[in-house]
Design a protein around this ligand. Structure first.
Ligand SMILES: [Zn+2]
Length: 94
């Protein structure tokens, strides 16, 4: 019968823990999923959730893009009004 409980392939234990380590020759820390009984490594996870980080940064970039769009519109309006003001005074805006 199929069971959904994960078991350590080394000792058969069914409890695990995440241990943060920086392997030799690595620039990043990683989370090792280890058997809570015998410390056998079952898997390795990224310390930072890159998917969530990418999503957050994409949102920030979109917000900055919207702000830039609004600034561009305001700058064009300002430039237009400044040009009208200066032309009414006989000056010239390039
Ligand atoms: Zn084990």
């Amino acid at each position: 019968m199929f069971t959904e409980t994960s078991k350590c392939p080394s000792c058969g234990n069914a409890t695990f823990r995440a241990v943060l380590q920086q392997p030799d020759n690595s620039n990043y820390q990683l989370q090792f999923v280890q058997c809570a009984e015998c410390d056998a490594v079952i898997g390795v996870l990224e310390y930072l959730n890159l998917g969530a980080t990418l999503h957050d940064q994409t949102q920030i970039i979109k917000e900055h893009g919207s702000k830039l769009d609004r600034l561009e519109v305001a700058l064009r309006q300002t430039n237009h009004l400044l040009g009208k003001l200066l032309s009414s005074r006989g000056a010239h805006v390039s």
